[in-house]
Design a protein around this ligand. Structure first.
Ligand code: ADP
Length: 191
């Protein structure tokens, strides 16, 4: 089974590029952000707890996102592989993912990292707010907090995956088609 991680700051285009990737490479997409938003939309207890954190730009607890990941792994025993999007986001989550995979005798196949500068992050998230209406995209302080948190908590994962020899960086600037082509070229190499 293959385990790919879509990595990058908020607004880098992880979700945009994940959709055609899962189709082309026959993977199961796991977006922790999307899973959390559907819990919120369904008004579940988990959704209610997550909503306040997400709207401030804070992370939801590891146990919550890791439970969603474990459930999706368990519910899809026959897929070719998974594309994790938005997970792991902290060193602890990366350690926990390694443990989950080790218990299945598996490891991370590749990390596809979409890189864009902070200024571009802000511009894209503001544009997306007008289209998708996400509350966490509409507020400047929330966006700033997400960018700060990305640099402080998520960026350190780059070194971890470089050391494992599975880290691949892609320039996330350009048209969607241009970036998509870069992603496909890379996947063709590592898949
Ligand atoms: P973006 O990539 O634009 O930040 P996501 O949809 O991936 O958007 O995530 C939205 C929010 O959901 C995050 O800001 C965070 O609050 C929460 N979230 C998503 N994934 C995780 C995770 N792995 N750990 C903790 N919180 C998460």
């Amino acid at each position: 089974m293959k385990y790919f991680i879509m990595f990058g700051p908020p607004g880098a285009g992880k979700g945009t590029h994940a959709a055609p990737m899962v189709k082309k490479y026959k993977l199961k997409h796991i977006s922790t952000g999307e899973l959390l938003r559907s819990e919120i939309a369904a008004g579940t207890e988990l959704g209610k707890q997550a909503q306040a954190l997400i709207e401030k730009g804070d992370f939801v607890p590891d146990v919550v996102v890791e439970g969603m990941i474990a459930n999706t792994f368990a519910a899809n025993p026959h897929v070719k592989g998974f594309l994790l999007d938005g997970f792991p986001r902290t060193i602890q989550q990366a350690i926990d993912l390694d443990e989950m995979l080790e218990s299945r005798d598996e490891k991370v196949t590749g990390v596809i990292s979409l890189m864009i500068p902070d200024e571009e992050i802000k511009a894209r998230i503001k544009g997306r707010a007008l289209v998708e209406g996400r509350a966490d995209d509409a507020n400047d302080e929330t966006i700033a907090n997400r960018i700060r948190t990305y640099h402080a908590k998520t960026e350190p994962l780059i070194e971890i995956y470089k050391e494992k020899g599975v880290y691949h960086e892609i320039n996330g600037l350009g048209t969607i088609e241009e970036v998509q082509q870069r992603v496909f070229d890379l996947m063709d190499e590592i898949c």
